[in-house]
Ligand binder design. Structure first.
Ligand code: HEC
Length: 248
């Protein structure tokens, strides 16, 4: 009797100590505001819109949920799925301090937020943002912009015009020769070309792979196909002048 009573007291003490660690210091409103500013780094990989999964899963409605439990996100690591962690103040505090330490092998590459106050501020914001319907609350309150809430969604490639569309592409020696629908053929060093597939609704249209420029100097490009089979059919090894383009 006495033993279990003491156990209960200890459990309560430990629980409240845990909560205190993640509790923001000072004015709660200021804390949430600072947390909202800090959330910007998260938005490069996460959306707060329900069901919108970027590189990381949507964070909508995850407050109080078990780690790795969203049905619609197929890229969880086994480690995160198996982790005995709940996304409340304590769980998030440990996760954001050092994701790799809490869940060894996780693919969330964030280095961790060492500053206790910065973590507490961020968690104060996440408590609102990750609640059911949280995205509306935080956008209406002016805490973050709608586009930050949406996350950094890649550009919509399905609506790009002929200037971006590729008619043929061949590889020869150390370069890709990319024939555009507009008629020009661009020779680009192979190391500067990223070959990608985007199967989402915002990906390129079937049969219309696109060329996107990136990198500071604009000398890097991404070639994006609508499917892997299209990529396999389109890429050929050929040193004949414009051979790919002429077959079209
Ligand atoms: C570079 C991309 C990236 C950044 C930046 C990032 N995350 Fe993540 N996050 C991920 C990935 C990927 C996963 C899934 C990890 C896994 O399955 O192991 C994840 C998982 C999570 C989860 C668990 C979700 C679930 O369904 O269990 C939470 C919570 C989370 N991140 C919060 C944050 C917060 C808050 C920030 C900002 C401080 C942040 N993340 C920054 C990529 C990122």
């Amino acid at each position: 009797m006495l033993g279990s009573g003491l156990g209960l007291v200890l459990a309560v003490l430990i629980a409240s100590a845990g909560a205190a660690r993640a509790e923001p210091q000072g004015d709660a409103t200021e804390s949430v505001k600072r947390g909202a500013a800090g959330y910007r780094v998260c938005s490069s990989c996460h959306s707060l819109q329900p069901g919108v999964h970027l590189s990381g899963p949507s964070l909508a409605g995850l407050w109080g949920q078990k780690a790795g439990s969203l049905e619609g996100y197929g890229r969880y690591t086994k480690a995160l799925k198996a982790a005995d962690v709940v996304w409340d103040a304590d769980g998030l505090n440990a996760w954001l301090a050092d994701p790799q330490a809490l869940v060894p092998g996780t693919t969330m590459t964030l280095r961790g937020i060492a500053d206790d106050q910065a973590r507490a501020d961020l968690i104060a914001f996440l408590r609102m943002a990750m609640a059911e319907g949280g995205v509306e609350t935080v956008v209406k309150a002016g805490l973050i912009a709608e586009r930050t809430a949406a996350g950094q969604i890649p550009p919509n490639l399905s609506t790009l015009g002929a200037d971006f569309r590729i008619s043929a592409i061949r590889h020869c020696r150390d370069a890709y020769y990319i024939a555009m629908e507009s008629g020009t053929e661009l020779p680009i060093w192979e190391t500067n070309v990223r070959i990608k597939v985007d199967t989402s609704r915002r990906g390129p249209k079937k049969g219309a792979p696109v060329l996107m420029r990136s990198g500071m100097a604009g000398d890097r490009v991404s070639v994006v196909f609508s499917s892997l089979s299209e990529l396999k059919e389109t890429l050929v090894e050929s040193c004949g002048p414009r051979s790919g383009a002429e077959t079209r």
